[in-house]
Ligand binder design. Structure first.
Ligand code: SDX
Length: 432
């Protein structure tokens, strides 16, 4: 691996140092480029730009590898739980029994939201999108915990453990509350004797006179979904969290911004778009072949949602795990879902089609996650909210990396200006 690169611009040459990551990824360090050569680099969408050095997650897109703090996602999916994986992603190590017990206790102690916060929900129209509510409420947590949202990272970091537990615990209470308000149901308070996922499902689905009991299959399925979403390197929403954190903003404001970024259909909103696509194909009596033909021809609104990825040019390992778990869960529940059959057919057809092969388009995490959430009973409007709950540990871990960096700089990319050249003001009566 070269320790520097030579860049020639016209007759001048510039030496660029290189950076090498733990797994041998290489980067040209261009931090001094503009000062020395008056050039910036241009990379719309940041597809080839490293914004930071991070120790949280490693992805090899060519090989379809995903590891949280060095642990392969396949092993965590098989042996771990969402809460344990959240601890790993945030603190960098798998917790000991004592650390796990302390972390779980912190989550239990922080499951309730402030009673005054309940009034905020009343201001929303009943059909308000839960992602709009979630981002507003997570940001509003800072109003109830001013000592953790001073926007001075040194002081906010003194309360980091509690702020992290508050965010991870309350995000599911707020999510469940937004769903129940939309259904005209009373808020269901968390119970101290339930696990993380079981408590969420209780808050979502229990009735005043009938307590919802999550079956082991459903609880395992929800744990798996949240665990597989826990972090994913510098994706759009995590980069947004880091961008906001870099200005000195507190954890609640930064993660609220991440929720907004995740909402888009090209990102976390894709899990909803996949189900809508599969239902449209099913309703049209299509087995997916017509849809794939339209997607290849670039017909508007016919993009194969849940397929393709900026980094994975191989099968998204999360999609492989969820696809199998989905099948097993439906079988164990004795249920069928025509969307799963269509999804399997789409996958089979696309993976053998030159258009998708040439563009290295494979199923991503969103392709099967919606079918699994539907089997659990999560309503479609809540799918991207579930992604937010799962991704919270990753956003928190990345916020902490920015906040703890003593040499951290505000994120401020440059641009190439393509607007009008200098011109003088024209009084309104002389304008054409
Ligand atoms: C997530 O970054 C992350 O890590 C995200 C995520 C995470 O965990 O945080 O993994 C979660 O967001 C997964 C992605 C969910 N989004 C979708 O499933 C939406 C559908 N996929 C695409 O819109 C697209 O693949 C993206 C947005 C995921 C990636 O977009 P890129 O990298 O900008 O790719 P592109 O749009 O430049 O596409 C390259 C080519 C184009 O064709 P040509 O112009 O070369 O002819 O591939 C085509 C695209 O038209 N293409 C697709 C396609 N995705 C890309 N064609 C049909 N169906 C698709 N899904």
């Amino acid at each position: 691996m070269a320790d520097s690169a030579l860049l020639r611009i016209g007759k001048k040459e510039y030496t660029l140092p290189t950076l090498v990551g733990t797994e041998g990824e290489q980067a040209l360090d261009i931090r001094a480029l503009r000062k020395e050569s008056s050039h910036i680099t241009y990379d719309e969408g940041y597809g080839n730009t490293g914004s930071c050095e991070s120790k949280v997650t490693f992805i090899d897109g060519e090989k379809g590898i995903l590891r949280y703090r060095g642990y392969p996602i396949e092993q965590l999916a098989e042996h771990s739980s969402f809460v344990e994986t959240a601890y790993l992603v945030i603190y960098g190590e798998l917790p000991t029994k004592e650390q796990r017990a302390r972390f779980s206790q912190l989550l239990r102690d922080n499951a309730n939201i402030h009673e005054r916060m309940l009034h905020l929900f009343e201001g929303y129209p009943r059909d308000a999108h839960p992602m709009a509510i979630l981002s507003a409420m997570i940001n509003s947590l800072g109003c109830y915990y001013p000592q953790m949202s001073t926007n001075d990272h040194r002081s906010d970091l003194e309360h980091f453990d509690e702020a992290a537990a508050i965010t991870i615990s309350k995000v599911r209470t707020i999510a469940a509350c937004s769903y129940r308000m939309s259904q005209g149901l009373p808020m269901m308070y968390p119970k101290h004797d339930l696990g993380y996922c079981e408590n969420f499902l209780h808050m979502m689905f229990s009735e005043p006179y009938h307590e919802y009991q999550a079956s082991p299959e459903v609880s395992r399925a929800l744990n798996l979904i949240l665990l597989l979403h826990a972090d994913h390197e510098q994706n759009c929403s995590t980069s947004t969290v880091r961008m906001v954190a870099s200005s000195g903003a507190n954890l609640f404001a930064s993660t609220a911004a991440g929720i907004c970024a995740l909402w888009g259909p090209l990102h976390g909103g894709a899990n909803v778009a996949v189900i809508r696509m599969l239902e449209e194909i099913h309703a049209a009596g299509d087995d997916g072949s017509r849809f794939i033909r339209d997607a290849k021809e670039g017909v508007a609104g016919k993009r194969l949602m849940g397929f393709g990825h900026r980094v994975y040019k191989n099968y998204d390992p999360r999609a492989k795990i969820i696809g199998k778990a989905c099948e097993d869960m439906l079988k164990s529940l004795g249920r069928e879902d025509p969307c799963l059959d269509i999804a399997r057919h789409l996958e089979e057809a696309a993976l053998n089609d030159e258009y998708f092969i040439e563009r290295k388009l494979y199923p991503n995490v969103d392709f099967y996650s919606g079918i699994m959430m539907r089997a659990i009973g999560i309503p479609l409007t809540m799918f991207t909210v579930m992604f937010s709950i799962g991704r919270m540990p990753g956003w928190i871990a990345n916020w902490k990396e920015v906040a703890s960096n003593p040499k951290g700089r505000i994120y401020r990319p440059r641009q190439i200006y393509q607007g009008p050249a200098k011109r003088d003001y024209v009084p309104v009566d002389q304008r054409g």
